[in-house]
Design a protein around this ligand. Sequence first.
Ligand SMILES: Nc1ncnc2c1ncn2[C@@H]1O[C@H](COP(=O)(O)OP(=O)(O)OP(=O)(O)O)[C@@H](O)[C@H]1O
Length: 247
Amino acid sequence: MPLHYMDCSFAYRAGTPVLDSLTTDLPQGCTVLLGPNGAGKSTLLSLGASCLAPASGRITLGRLDSVRRRDRRAFRQKVGWLPQEVKAIPALTVREQAAYVGWLKGLSKRDAWDRSATALEQVRLTELGGRKSHELSGGQLRRLGIAQTLVHQAEIVLLDEPTAGLDPVQRGVFRDLLAELSDSVHFIVSTHQTEDLADIYDTVLVFDRGRPVFRGPVSDFFATAPAGTPYERRAESAYRGLVRGEI
Ligand SMILES: Nc1ncnc2c1ncn2[C@@H]1O[C@H](COP(=O)(O)OP(=O)(O)OP(=O)(O)O)[C@@H](O)[C@H]1O
């Protein structure tokens, strides 16, 4: 079931809309969301996670509406969200933090605790489960953030720049993780990293100035690069041809 944006508008400041009557749905499978700084990617994902509410229009997942009070809990259980900045919760251990987020998402305490073990295993953090989460490195904290999106068994997971600042080994761990989980979960991953797209993602969505300007399989995205573009420059060249850049 796709996350559907219907005639959505949103502005942080009156008179400067980030999204203006946007109607789209987020692709199923494993999708990379590309776009220049300020294009509105984080805003799109925050709205999709029901962390922000549209000024007008609706965001739905099947029959669930992101802002309708009686739907909100079920909506948030089905949609996982990793914001750009993952916060350690002071005094909680890594496992307690993952379980706490599961509980906030509506799981019973027992289910949250049980599922936190699986989620930490999925992101290879089991061994650090007893450590205080504020003691984690940036990359480890990000993996805890991903575990938080998995603990409540979301159907769709929105990841906002999950690999920013990760070393190449950790990026590889993340790539393997997506490959492992993408059979059962739909992922939308906002990133500025365009290497390895074909190895990781099914679909490319390019966002520019609050609008999708490209959506299609990775091969179609590469095909927008001018003929003769060297193999290793295809992604960058395709991207540059599609976006107009920062406002
Ligand atoms: N909290 C905020 N208050 C005011 N304006 C904001 C806020 N967050 C974002 N904006 C503005 O909204 C627009 C879209 O920002 P957004 O963060 O969604 O873009 P983005 O595509 O995720 O950018 P980046 O790739 O740099 O993370 C930008 O013009 C930005 O300055």
